[in-house]
Design a protein around this ligand. Structure first.
Ligand SMILES: [Zn+2]
Ligand SMILES: [Zn+2]
Length: 152
C-alpha cells in the first residue's frame, strides 16, 4: 500500500491517501485561479474511500460548474487552505481531488499527466507536461459564468 500524508498551512487538518493516483491534472481554469489566488490548480485524484482525514475541521463551499454540474471544495476552518474537492460529473463522482501542493515533502511525488483549460493560462507558465487541452474533455458549457470567472 502506498501511503502519502499531507495537511493544511496551519497544521490542524491532517490527511492521508492510501492508493495510487487515478489522475493528476494541472488546471488553468478561472475557478482554480481564483480559489488558489495563483496561476493554476493542481488536482490529484484518488478513489473517495482512499482519502482519509485524521484531524482538524473542514468547511465546505459548493458552486455550479460551467458544464452544469456542481463542485464542492473542503477547506480548513482555521486557516482556509483548500485541501479537497468533489465534482458531480460522472467521470469524477467516485473520486476526490486532493490539492497537489498540500502533500508533505517531497510534495510533488506524483507524475503529472495532463494540463487543462490552457486557454486561460498565464503567459509565463510553460510546463513540460505533454498532454495539453484548451478546455477539457468533459467541458460542455451550459451556464454563463459570472464576469470574474468568464473569459468573454
Ligand atoms: Zn489549517
Ligand atoms: Zn480548474
Amino acid at each position: 500500500m502506498t501511503m502519502h500524508e499531507g495537511g493544511c498551512a496551519c497544521g490542524d487538518v491532517r490527511y492521508s491517501t492510501t492508493t495510487e493516483v487515478l489522475r493528476a491534472v494541472v488546471c488553468h481554469c478561472r475557478y482554480c485561479q481564483t480559489r488558489t489566488g495563483s496561476a493554476f490548480g493542481i488536482s490529484v485524484y484518488f478513489d473517495k474511500a482512499d482519502v482519509n482525514v485524521h484531524t482538524g475541521e473542514l468547511s465546505t463551499y459548493t458552486y455550479k460548474t460551467e458544464s452544469g454540474g456542481s463542485g464542492t471544495t473542503r477547506f480548513c476552518k482555521n486557516c482556509g487552505t483548500t485541501l479537497f474537492w468533489n465534482i458531480t460529473h460522472d467521470m469524477f463522482k467516485e473520486w476526490t481531488g486532493v490539492a497537489g501542493g498540500s502533500f508533505d515533502p517531497p510534495t510533488f511525488w506524483y507524475d503529472m499527466q495532463v494540463e487543462v483549460f490552457c486557454r486561460s493560462s498565464a503567459p509565463w507558465v510553460n510546463t513540460t507536461i505533454e498532454e495539453k487541452h484548451e478546455t477539457s474533455r468533459i467541458y460542455n458549457p451550459s451556464i454563463t459564468e459570472a464576469e470574474h470567472l468568464s473569459l468573454e
